[in-house]
Design a protein. Structure first.
Length: 551
């Protein structure tokens, strides 16, 4: 191992593996940034039956190149009661199959694909007008880099094929399948991508570096590691979401362990999966997840019901800690620190409003006085925060600020006012509209209710993005946030036209709920506009936003 040649080869392999991990993440980031809102709507609409749910999860995993990303998305819906836990589990089982399909697609070797994807990807990314178009370019570049990294791994591992030391280590892994299984699980968890892990193991098997049995054990271990990633990422989620992820972890991890026992007892079974080591290992991954999904789908209800008896809600302690304001009067003589405190307080204010937005949407289906009161109380708290922020910034201004700090102070005050208007729209408009629906015993038409639910999902996604931008001050994400404002405006206009069309058709539910429907859309648009203001100061500073739309 002290041979410089061996060290050079290992560095090349490590670099290629790093590029593979980053390229997979690049594709996922492109899909999330460009198509997160439509994907959220698509996933939520899959609740009609389990087969549709599994198929939707499969498609989402193919697009995101990750079953873990699908698990995190679905856990949000389950947490907000937008999906049943059993339906969420069905989606995750489909996502595991989709993740396996991704590895099949990415193992296709077509040399012309790399330059073609790079050329098209760079052109689309640099010349694309809209955010979604640019993300398509990002996805193409990521796919090209995945193929490049796999070729780099193949080239870098060739010298190891005949190396005695490598042969000894890999032969040991071929005999000790439990160690190989553990290595696969730990590696997939550490790189946070079972797709990248499986691609690496299959490529090493194809180069005759890894024995087929060792590669098979590592791939099965990667399935356990993939389930563990989602479990850890949702560890603090509400219990309904954790039940879903835990069920998937038990099925995927337990199934992988059983498959390992079967492969170790009957290694000749791998021969039925293909003629080459690459085919045998990559097909094992797909066959395992497909068989698991087919076997488990009929029983997702029973599985989640059984877990609900074990994983119960913990009682909330009565002695809650008092919420402390981030506005520290002792820092008024240190303006920069004081403004940082104000930004922290604004982030807390934004998070409270996000909680209100999540809580208000279910009131349109079933009125809950306790939830409504909680929203109103939260609105009073945000109003108090807004008042305290204004007074704090006013006192800070009395100390005398330079031009940059004064501008920053005004920006924070403007964001605070915008967030206060969002709070008003939720607590004073949307809660009142939901109450009217209940008191007058009205119901939206099925299409109208779906439109409001989809629009609310889109706005919630933008609110989450705005909170991220408040923390990271990233110009690219700020641009995406501001661009989403125009997209929401167009969607709102389209939905208003659709509603008018139903009125023309004389649909009774649409006529009775017409004002409530239109006012709800306007209130949601107001919330979205308020949060989009977070990105304006960042884009003004970077020169990406004009100070006026007037010519």
């Amino acid at each position: 191992m002290n041979d410089p040649h061996i060290l050079q080869v290992l560095v090349q392999i490590a670099g290629a593996a790093a590029l593979l991990i980053w390229a997979v993440r690049l594709v996922r980031t492109g899909v999330e940034r460009g198509f997160a809102a439509p994907m959220r709507i698509w996933l939520r609409h899959s609740a009609k039956n389990r087969l549709l749910a599994a198929g939707t999860g499969m498609g989402a995993a193919v697009l995101l190149q990750s079953s873990t990303a699908v698990a995190v998305l679905v856990s949000n819906f389950v947490s907000k009661s937008g999906l049943a836990t059993a339906t969420g589990l069905a989606i995750l089982l489909g996502a595991d199959v989709g993740s396996a399909i991704v590895t099949q697609l990415l193992m296709v070797r077509q040399p012309i694909l790399i330059p073609l994807l790079l050329l098209l990807g760079v052109v689309v990314f640099l010349r694309g007008e809209g955010s979604s178009t640019r993300q398509i370019g990002r996805i193409m570049i990521g796919l090209a880099l995945i193929f490049v990294s796999l070729d780099m791994i193949r080239a870098a591992t060739e010298p190891l094929i005949s190396n005695p030391g490598t042969q000894v280590v890999m032969a040991y892994l071929g005999r000790d399948l439990l160690t190989a299984f553990a290595i696969g699980a730990v590696f997939a968890w550490s790189v946070h991508s079972s797709v990248a892990a499986v691609l690496l193991f299959v490529t090493l098997a194809g180069q005759s570096i890894l024995p087929v049995l060792a590669a098979a054990a590592m791939i099965l271990g990667a399935n356990l590691g993939g389930g563990l990633i989602a479990f850890l990422l949702t560890y603090t989620a509400p219990v309904a979401a954790r039940r879903m992820v835990m069920a998937n972890l038990i099925l995927r991890g337990g199934g992988a362990a059983l498959a390992l026992l079967l492969v170790s007892a009957l290694p000749e079974l791998l021969r039925y999966l293909g003629a080459t080591p690459v085919r045998q290992t990559i097909n094992l991954h797909l066959a395992f997840n497909l068989i698991l999904a087919i076997a488990a789908l009929p029983f997702v209800g029973l599985i989640t019901a059984a877990l609900s008896r074990v994983m119960t809600e913990k009682p909330v302690a009565n002695a809650a800690l008092n919420v402390t304001s981030a506005l520290d009067p002792a820092l008024l003589d240190r303006p920069q620190r004081a403004l940082d405190c104000t930004a922290r307080e604004l982030l807390g204010m934004g998070q409270k409003i996000e909680q209100m937005l999540v809580a208000v949407e279910p009131l349109y289906d079933a009125w809950n006085s306790a939830t409504a009161k909680g929203i109103v109380d939260q609105e009073k708290a945000t109003k108090q925060m807004h008042l305290e922020i204004k007074l704090y910034l006013a006192r800070l201004g009395q100390t005398g600020l330079d031009e940059d700090l004064s501008r920053r102070s005004m920006e924070l005050a403007s964001i605070s006012s915008s967030l206060d208007s969002a709070s008003d729209a939720i607590a004073r408009i949307m809660v009142d509209l939901a109450r009217r629906l209940d008191r007058q015993k009205l119901q939206f038409s099925q299409q109208g209710r779906e439109e409001i639910r989809d629009f609310a999902d889109r706005v919630q996604s933008n609110v989450q993005l705005a909170l991220n931008v408040m923390m990271n001050q990233n110009p690219a994400e700020a641009r995406e946030l501001v661009a989403a404002k125009e997209k929401v405006r167009k969607v709102e206009q389209k939905l208003q036209r659709s509603h008018i069309g139903r009125l023309r058709e004389g649909l009774a539910e649409s006529i009775e709920t017409s004002n409530i429907h239109q006012e709800t859309l306007r209130a949601l648009k107001q919330v979205n506009t308020a949060f989009s203001m977070v990105g304006h100061p960042i884009l003004l500073k970077s020169g990406d936003l004009l100070k006026s739309r007037l010519a």
